[in-house]
Design a protein around this ligand. Structure first.
Ligand SMILES: [Zn+2]
Ligand SMILES: [Zn+2]
Length: 93
């Protein structure tokens, strides 16, 4: 086996499917950690990381209905009305 070549992988993202190369050091890293090779190309992995990060970002807001303190995904200056969990469900019905 040629240990100096890169390993070719195919991104498993349904909208991507691009071929990408995993360098030998990276392959060794996954082997050492007994991890499978990455399923997604670097671009998709980057996007997933960004998505996770933005999901975690929460802003301190005040409910537009009952004025209770709460956390929202929308910052203070976002042009959206935000409701706390309670008012949100009341609003739907
Ligand atoms: Zn991809
Ligand atoms: Zn409320």
């Amino acid at each position: 086996m040629n240990t100096t070549s890169e390993t070719k992988c195919v991104c498993k993202h349904p909208e991507c499917g691009k071929e990408f190369l995993v360098i030998v050091q990276e392959v060794q890293f996954y082997k050492d950690k007994k991890l499978p090779l990455p399923d997604f190309c670097p671009a998709c992995r980057h996007k997933q990381r960004m998505a996770l990060r933005s999901e975690r970002k929460m802003y301190q807001r005040v409910c537009d209905k009952c004025s209770e303190n709460m956390l929202s995904v929308y910052p203070e200056d976002a042009p959206y009305k935000v409701y706390c969990q309670k008012c949100f469900w009341e609003n739907i019905e």
